[in-house]
Design a protein around this ligand. Structure first.
Ligand code: BES
Ligand code: MN
Ligand code: ZN
Length: 485
């Protein structure tokens, strides 16, 4: 599907954003004399009040003009305009994507923020039909192009948003893939393809990781027939300064291991690589828009399986940092992967800041539901930067506390620490575990995205598939607003 900007013209379907307080735009009279008044009385009858989410369709048929008009409610003009515009574009696509019509045009609010309408449209046009062999023609998209009609949005404005949508699409694709198709090796091969965009990709195999002492990560993967891998993705768009490191949990399937998970919904655990998908998607976005910053993405790719060779509760491993960990629950594996990747990142890149993302704990869903990712940080500035980036892009995060009393819960009788805290504050003790692998003076933040990476219900126009693709937009904004001159 094509997404573009033009000064004038119409698609077969034309979508118009209407606000509660300004009503139906009088410019519609340019399409047909008296049209806005006619639509006003139709809206009255049809109870269309331009409330957010409301839709009113109208058939037109004038030679050379649009065949259909869709009025889409945007709520009040003093609402969050970024979200309103995205939702507008998304709803317009949702209404038309399989309608039989092939072209859609959008007019937004008349500002350069209108690029967000096209972003919403692109996010809404996402499909994951790879394994659907029986779709009829009518079930397949008919829409071929979406055009934003605007005099105020530049190509440069749009290409940055378009790159962000591409990163989100990639994160969704990686997550939606089944775990028999996407496992560390095939995942790494897909990342390697991104070298075509100017990224440098290095893959560490099990032998190399054993040499480095990444025994904790290797322990998680040792029950799997798939080789564990760490993949480093470098984007060097800045000067000589140290990079920002983005680190992602890439558990391609989390069965729980010997501490096996219950059966119902275990299939969702193919998405336990959501943190890594966010990082990979963000790296693609940064490369596509040629970000003026140095950023390195590191993802630990493993599969957590029960097996005769799997790690056991009671096992003690020596991590790359030298610290020892008693494994008390093989289902608390994400932190065991991240601790070695975090250490490797610091040893190799000496980053100016580290942000890790992980579908780390079920407990974060208890705390924050599906509305916010959990944020943990040792640095108030970094924390504020991520919170602001999340607000700007509508991928919001909420900070939770860290502290020595929580850290105490990780004390082990036999090793330097154990990998679980206990029933209380599960997301916080997981974050405390990670913090033990952050060197003093390194600004670090951890995003627990277990509640926002996918959803089984409540699909929305902007977010139409199982995988949300949470992360690339937030991370891209975080880099753009803080690390580019
Ligand atoms: N991948 C899970 C966390 C998860 C749960 C993500 C639900 C998304 C939805 C993680 O590896 C895990 O199993 N965590 C355990 C930790 C516990 C054993 C301390 C959990 O949350 O139950
Ligand atoms: Mn687990
Ligand atoms: Zn997991």
């Amino acid at each position: 599907m094509k997404f573009e900007i033009k000064d004038t013209g119409f698609g077969q379907v034309h979508a118009v954003l209407c606000y509660e307080d300004t009503g139906i735009p009088s410019e519609l009279d340019n399409l047909e004399a008296g049209l806005s008044a006619k639509l006003g009385s139709l809206a009255e009858t049809a109870r269309f009040k331009s409330k957010s989410g409301q839709v009113l369709e109208y058939a037109l048929g004038k030679e050379g003009g649009p065949l259909r008009l869709i009025l889409i409610g945007g709520g009040k003009t003093d609402g969050d305009q970024a979200r309103t515009l995205e939702e507008f574009g998304a709803v317009a696509v949702k209404q038309t994507i399989t309608s039989g019509f092939t072209s859609l045009s959008l007019t937004g609010a008349g500002t350069n923020e209108d690029a967000r309408a096209l972003l919403g449209a692109k996010l809404a046009a996402y499909r994951f039909d790879t394994y659907k062999t029986k779709l009829t023609d009518d079930q397949n998209p008919s829409l071929e192009s979406v055009t934003l009609v605007s005099g105020s949005v530049s190509e440069a404005d749009w290409s940055a948003y378009s790159a962000a949508a591409e990163g989100t699409w990639l994160a969704r694709d990686l997550m939606n893939e089944p775990p028999n198709v996407l496992y560390p090796e095939t995942y790494a091969a897909r990342i390697k393809e991104m070298e075509a965009l100017g990224l440098k990709v290095t893959v560490l195999g099990e032998e190399k990781m054993a040499e480095l002492g990444m025994n904790s990560l290797l322990g998680v993967g040792q029950g799997s027939v798939r080789e564990s891998l760490t993949v480093c993705i470098e984007w060097s768009g800045g000067g000589d300064e140290a990079p920002v490191a983005l680190v992602g949990k890439g558990v391609c399937f989390d069965s729980g291991g010997i501490s096996l998970k219950p059966g119902p919904n275990m299939q969702d655990m193919k998405g336990d690589m959501g943190g890594s998908a966010a990082v990979v998607g963000a790296m693609k976005t940064l490369a596509l828009r040629k970000a003026k910053a140095n950023v390195v993405g590191l993802v630990g790719l493993v599969e957590n399986m029960p097996d005769g060779n799997a790690s056991r509760p009671g096992d003690i491993v020596t991590t790359m940092s030298g610290q020892t960990v008693e494994n008390q629950n093989t289902d608390a594996e994400g932190r065991l992967v991240l601790c070695d990747v975090l250490w490797y990142a610091q040893e190799t890149y000496n980053p100016r800041a580290i942000v890790d993302l992980a579908t780390l704990t079920g407990a974060i869903i208890v705390s924050l539901g599906h509305e916010n990712a959990g944020l943990f940080s040792n640095d108030d500035d970094l924390s504020a930067q991520l919170t602001d980036a999340g607000k700007t892009e509508g991928e919001t995060v909420w900070r939770l506390p860290l502290g020595p009393k929580y850290d105490n819960l990780l004390k082990s009788q036999f090793a330097d620490m154990k990998n679980i805290g206990g029933p209380a504050a599960g997301s916080i003790t997981a974050a405390q575990f990670l913090q033990r692998f952050i060197k003093d003076g390194t600004p670090w933040a951890h995003l627990d995205i277990a509640g926002v990476a996918w959803k089984s219900t409540d699909k929305s126009a902007m977010d139409p598939s199982w995988a949300s693709g949470f992360g690339p937009r937030l991370l891209d904004r975080f880099i753009k607003d803080n690390y580019e001159s």
